[in-house]
Structure formats: C-alpha cells, structure tokens
Design a protein around this ligand. Structure first.
Ligand SMILES: [Zn+2]
Length: 483
C-alpha cells in the first residue's frame, strides 16, 4: 500500500535490522508486504453518465450493459465503458506505458489489471473490492498492491496491483502509473514524487515538453498564493488528499523533469527513489540549487499556461555579467523564441547606457517582422520565385524543440496582458533572486537603469507562444557619450 509511505518505510527499517539476524542462516525468506495503496483524489464530475447503450463485441459473460473485459499487451481492463471508449482508453494507456517505461528504463513485466467504472450501478454487488468501490463512489481512483520481497536483500520478488478508477479526467492513466511503479519497482516513492509523476503520466506527449495539463489546473495554480517547495516536498499530506495538492506536485515534477537546469538530476533521483536508495532525496540532490529551483518554480507558476515550454524559458545561471567601461562595450544576442536571456550587462541604479540593437524578428513562422523596438516592418513583396511563402496558414502550427512538425497551438487558459508592444525588446533586472518590473529598452537611445542588477532581455510575446518565434537581434551597450 503506497499511500502509506510511513508504514512502508517502517517495514524497510525492520527488514534492514533483520538482515543481520538472519545472515548466518542463509535463509531466503519471503516477507509478505502489506497491501499498499495509492489513491487518486476525487475528480469533479464532468457530467458523464453511463449511456447504457454499450454494444461491445468483446463480451464476456457479464450482463449486456455491465462490465466487460478488454485486453491489450500490457493491460486487462474491466469496464462498463462502451466498447469503442474502452478500446480508446486501452490505446491511450499503452501509449503512456511506452513513455513511462522508456523514462524509467524498465519494460513492464506483468499485466496491469484495472477496473474502470463509469456507472457503478451496473456493476454486480461483489465485483469490486471494498476500498476500490469506496474510492469510485468518491469519483476517484485507488491502486492496491500486494506482493512479496526477499527479506535479506530487500529485493522485490513479486507485486501485483489492482487499479480502481472512475472513467474520468485522466484518473485511469494516473493510477496506471502507480501500478506500473509498484509492479516493476515495488514502490512509487514519497507522495510528492509518486503523485507528481502520476499526474504527469497522463499529460506526457512523446518528444514534447509543452504543458498539457487540464485547464482547471492552470487556472488554480495561476490564481492562488504559491505553495512553497518545502511544503510540497516535506508536506505531511497523503496521497488522495486533494486535487489542489496534486496540482502543486505536478508543477514541481513538470519543472524538474523538463527544465535543462534540473532534468539531469531528476531522472537519477527518481530511479534512486524507486530503488529505495536512502540518499535519493530531494534535499540531497537539489539542496545546493534550492534558491535557483525556488526562483524558477515561482516564475513558472506566474507565467505558465497550456503550451508553455520550460525548455525555452529556463533561467541562465551561467553567463557572467559586468558593467560597461569607456573602452569595453557589452554585447549580446537575443533570440525571439526564448524567455529572459542574459545580456551580460550589470548595472547600478541611475546608470546611463547607450543601446543599439540590430536585426529583426517575428512572432510566428509566417507573421510580419518587427524591429527590436516593436515597429512592424512592411511585408516584403511576394517573391515570384517562391509562391505561397507569405500566405498565413489557417491553423497556427509550429515545429517542436525536437523538430516534430505540425504541432497545433494549444488554447490559452489565462489572458495574457502586457503594456508592451508585441515584438518589442524588453528588459528586467535580476538581483538576489528577485526580478524588477520589466521595462522597454529604448530604441537607439539612452537607457537609464531603474535599479541595480543583472539585465535580462527578451522579445515581447505571450509566454506560451514563444516556440514559433523566429529571428534574433544583436544588442550593444556602451557608456553614454557626452555629446
Ligand atoms: Zn495517485
């Protein structure tokens, strides 16, 4: 039962102690694990009701509109869903299993058994075990695992999970991630990790790092006071507590799994957690970067939306900054498709600096070009040699970071508001993990630094619409010359 990490940990300690006692006996002992359970928080009803009109072909002996069995290579799903929906769910589960087993580097060894319920009333009275039925009555999900381990080595010998889930809002996928972890690793880790990764499970897309979560998650996380990292990682909350807590855990896992500053350590941390290595903790792995993570985590919560890519907005912690001198200007290149980028320029409040910026950029593959000061350039005359180049496609498409063509833009949940012109070069000052208010960079004029800090620059656009931007500008900062 995984809900209960404390129980599980206690057991692990007992096993370690016993190892010394049994060493001389060389007995291979098998210890029955207590059932461990991962529960999914209840989802809001989306109004789906059984339509009772299922005409599944893969019928077993169940009543005509009762549950039937559906099988694929990794799943056995008992469900009262109509056959087409049940088969569609199987397909999605298989696709997700490919992604997660690739991520954790372990192919699934054993069929994952699931009870996926739309209408509890069509299920015979004893067809679901009690905790599963209880969870479904709360419109949620639960994964119950029983198994055994070698008492001496702590190695998993067998584990079998049973998933109970309502057929709603990704709950079956969420629980299937737990079942995969339990059956293949014997555990799913502490609550922040197991629930965060299970939430990620149903949002994962092959080769993509875009935010794909449910819209109400965006709305919630963008509108409330951020929960601290410490509260997420060390919180005493339990699995199944609330969808809001799941949202925080998802946000942290999404950031750590996708941000290039942190993802190198995240997968090994997860594998360590799943292998029950004592040093595989958030504090051990990320302790030295805690300020950076806290900064990027808050930044993510303030700016993300569907389609947001942490790969494009990761903070630059490496570039060195300096102030301009009379003889040494500071130069940098700013890409249209990235978030805040290091300008290399360090300023004090009141510094007067001459700025020049050259180049153009655009906010979509076929959109108009802008100067770095947000002025739209006239469209070039159509080139007869290249017909159709300037026509704008009806559906906005773009290339992903891995070059996957034709990804459709995801709708924004939050309204993006800005006081700057689209395509304008904008600056912000970073000082001791705090950001100033953003300000426009004046066109070929003098910039008066509003405060002290490291100057970061970007091309003005909605944060979840950066990926299809094109072009870059070269920026140069000089000491203001007295004319
Ligand atoms: Zn869960």
């Amino acid at each position: 039962m995984n809900i209960n990490p404390s129980r599980f940990t206690n057991w692990s300690r007992t096993a370690t102690a016993r190892r010394f006692l049994t060493m001389l006996l060389v007995v291979l002992a098998v210890l029955a694990l207590p059932d461990f359970v991962s529960a999914q928080t209840s989802a809001k009803s989306n109004g789906n009701k059984s339509n009772g009109k299922e005409k599944g072909k893969k019928a077993d002996s169940a009543p005509s509109n009762g549950p039937r069995d559906y099988r694929s290579s990794n799943f056995l799903v008992h469900s009262d869903l109509p056959a087409d929906e049940a088969n569609e769910l199987l397909k999605r589960l298989e696709a997700m299993l490919v992604l997660i087993s690739k991520y954790w580097g372990k192919p699934n060894k054993q069929t994952i058994e699931m009870f996926v319920v739309r209408d509890l009333e069509v299920w015979p009275p004893n067809s679901l075990e009690r905790p599963g039925r209880d969870s479904i009555e709360q419109r949620a999900g639960i994964t119950i695992t029983s198994g055994s381990v070698n008492r001496q080595t702590g190695k998993l010998l067998a584990a079998k999970s049973r998933v109970y889930a309502i057929a709603d809002r990704g709950v079956p996928q969420h629980e299937a991630v737990h079942a995969y972890c339990h059956q293949n690793f014997g555990r799913a880790g502490p609550t922040w990790y197991s629930e965060g990764m299970a939430e990620m499970g149903h949002c994962w897309r092959e080769g993509e790092s875009r935010v794909h979560c449910l819209p109400h998650i965006v709305k919630y996380l963008r509108s409330v006071e951020p929960k601290s990292l410490r509260a997420i990682v060390n919180g005493r909350e339990q699995t199944g507590d609330s969808w809001q807590n799941y949202a925080w855990r998802w946000a942290l896992c999404h950031l750590l799994a996708n941000n290039p500053n942190y993802y190198d350590r995240f997968r090994p941390l997860g594998l360590g957690i799943l292998a029950d290595q004592p040093d595989a903790t958030f504090e051990r792995v990320y302790g030295s970067m805690s300020q950076e993570i806290a900064f990027e985590y808050l930044f993510f919560l303030q700016h993300f939306d569907l389609g947001y890519e942490v790969t494009l907005t990761a903070w630059d912690w490496k570039t060195k900054f300096r102030s301009v001198t009379a003889t040494l200007p500071v130069t940098c290149v700013v890409e249209a498709k990235h978030g805040w980028q290091a300008s290399r320029l360090q300023v004090k409040a009141g510094d007067e600096i001459e700025v020049t910026a050259e180049g153009t950029w655009s906010l979509s593959a076929d959109g108009p070009e802008f100067t770095p000061f947000g002025a739209e350039l006239p469209a070039p005359k159509p080139d007869p040699e290249k017909p159709g180049k300037s026509s704008k496609s009806a559906t906005p498409k773009r290339a992903s970071k891995n070059g996957t063509e034709g990804l459709e833009e995801l709708p924004s949940v939050m309204r993006y508001e800005s006081r700057f012109k689209p395509g304008q070069l904008v600056g912000v000052l970073f000082n001791d993990y705090e950001l100033s208010e953003p300000f426009p960079i004046p066109a070929d004029e003098v910039l008066v630094a509003p405060s002290e800090g490291q100057l970061f620059l970007r091309c003005e656009e909605a944060w979840n619409r950066l990926a299809d931007n094109q072009g870059k500008v070269n920026v140069k900062f000089k000491v203001k010359s007295d004319k």
